[in-house]
Design a protein around this ligand. Structure first.
Ligand code: G3P
Ligand code: MG
Length: 252
């Protein structure tokens, strides 16, 4: 099935579900995004030991759950037992570590656009890219607006491209390298995502002139968001859903 482009994309994207308003990469985060009026969110997706796609940022579960150890060594059944909310506050205790499918169902039901960052466990880049892309295609079957797949891993993006060429892709970089255009072309990406701190007006203009969408992370300040959008940045990924408020943004 040929998907349409997710553009025009919302200008504001909630980082890791709900930014700092809720535990990252949980459904509580996505509910916070909805409550703040967000229409797009980003999350990090990797593979469990038994190849189930689930949400987690780090290589280990230590920082954001009550468990310990490498995520790659845990099955989805084991991951599902973890408390992924208590570290953030007592009101979030018992919040589950979600599977990708749970989040996809919620986002589709809410009309929330999802930027799926493929975040492979070390050494699992290609299989993670392939399986996340296949699962995304299945979960968004029949959707008018597809999810946007992104990754720092060229290997993962290449595997996603081979598996599901029609799903839109973005390459994620901290700093934009000199050969950015060749990499975007080889992966048939529609967008470049970069750290806003490394962007210059000249680079932004060149990327837009070449016909790519440009997203920046992680922008938590209204003035900075406006500054880089004036350079041509299409959207910003933010932790501060309370500061960058979609309703006010549109009204101004
Ligand atoms: O997708 C933008 C951003 O999420 C990339 O950095 O480390 O928060 O996944 P990180
Ligand atoms: Mg991310």
């Amino acid at each position: 099935q040929q998907h349409t482009s997710p553009w025009p994309y919302p200008r504001l994207v909630a980082h890791r579900g709900g930014g700092i308003m809720a535990p990252e990469n949980t459904l509580a985060g996505f509910r916070a995004g909805v409550a703040y009026g967000y229409r797009a969110a980003e999350c990090d997706v990797k593979l469990s030991a038994d190849n189930v796609c689930f949400l987690l940022h780090d290589d280990t579960v230590d920082r954001t759950t009550n468990g310990h150890g490498l995520a790659a060594g845990l099955s989805m059944a084991q991951l599902s037992q973890l408390d992924a909310g208590g570290w953030k506050g007592a009101q979030f205790a018992g919040e589950a570590l979600p599977g990708f499918a749970n989040v996809a169902v919620y986002c589709r039901a809410q009309g929330m656009l999802l930027n799926v960052e493929i975040k492979p466990c070390p050494g699992r880049d290609a299989e993670t890219g392939r399986l996340v892309a296949q699962e995304a295609a299945r979960l968004w079957a029949g959707a008018v607006v597809p999810p946007l797949l992104s990754s720092f891993s060229v290997e993962a993006l290449h595997a996603a491209q081979l598996a599901e060429p029609d799903l839109p892709r973005a390459w994620l970089v901290e700093e934009i390298p000199a050969d950015w255009q060749a990499t975007l072309q080889s992966l048939a990406c529609i967008a470049l995502h970069c750290d806003h701190a490394t962007l210059t007006p000249q680079l932004a203009a060149a990327i837009k002139a070449a016909g790519y969408q440009l997203l920046c992370y992680t922008v938590n300040d209204v003035a900075r968001a406006r500054e880089i959008m004036a350079w041509g940045v299409d959207s910003v990924c933010t932790d501060r859903l309370d500061v960058l408020q979609p309703a006010q943004w549109l009204a101004e």
